[in-house]
Design a protein around this ligand. Structure first.
Ligand code: E4P
Length: 215
């Protein structure tokens, strides 16, 4: 299972990368809007820290514009992946990117049928937004289960990135289902390692070790 870090914050990306378990990074316009400096400079810095795929999203609403924008974003670094929304023009753009050999991430995926279409269009990754599905009262993880099954049924090469992760349970279920990637916000990454029994265990071992060294 691959772990991507879901942020555009350089300090968080550096800290996450130092763990040695981060395979890529996902950004979106909202995440980039929170950071200082030009978005291209921020992306360039992220690409230098993370050697794996770094998703950058297009904002054009027509396929030609998406492709133009995507090609421009590709100039930022070799590891940029173009994020394209799961809309009709997005499907066209995904097919066009596929023909050009440009890697893509079909984002804002909320149904398994959207996922089927973007896989047929040749998306490298698909990003189903589990947290946002949960927010409207439906089980977000069901979407992951369905996509993994559909892609397996037909041996699609598109990789499922579990996105819009809100808590460790989303990562836990993604791993059990066999999703290819979880893109994890920094806060959730911290929650994944933290356990009160580990903390109290470390505390008591250190206290006991002090007695040993004082003997
Ligand atoms: C990642 O690719 C998505 O853009 C991100 O996970 C969305 O998360 P949110 O629903 O918390 O905004």
């Amino acid at each position: 299972m691959k772990f991507f870090i879901d942020t555009a914050n350089i300090a968080e990306i550096r800290e996450a990368a130092s763990l040695g378990i981060i395979d890529g990074c996902t950004t979106n316009p909202t995440l980039l809007s929170r950071e200082k400096g030009s978005y291209k400079d921020v992306l360039k810095e992220i690409c230098a820290i993370i050697p794996g795929p770094v998703s950058a999203e297009v904002v054009s609403m027509d396929a030609e514009g998406m492709v133009r924008e995507g090609k421009d974003l590709c100039k930022v670094a070799d590891n940029i992946i173009i994020k394209v929304p799961c809309i009709r023009e997005g499907v066209k753009a995904l097919s066009m990117f596929k023909k050009e050999g440009i890697q893509t991430n079909a984002t804002l995926c909320f149904s398994s049928m959207q996922g089927l279409l973007v896989a047929k269009a040749g998306a490298t990754y698909v990003s189903p937004f589990v947290g946002r599905v949960d927010d409207v009262g439906n089980p977000g993880m069901d979407l992951i289960r369905e996509l993994v099954q559909i892609y397996n049924n037909y041996s699609f090469g598109t990789q499922v990135i579990v996105a819009s992760i809100r808590h460790p349970q989303h990562v836990y279920e993604s791993a059990l289902i066999g999703a290819d990637v979880a893109t994890i916000p920094f806060k959730v990454l911290e929650q994944l390692i933290k356990h009160p029994l580990t903390d109290s265990g470390v505390k008591s071992f250190l206290a006991d070790w002090e007695k040993v060294t004082k003997k």
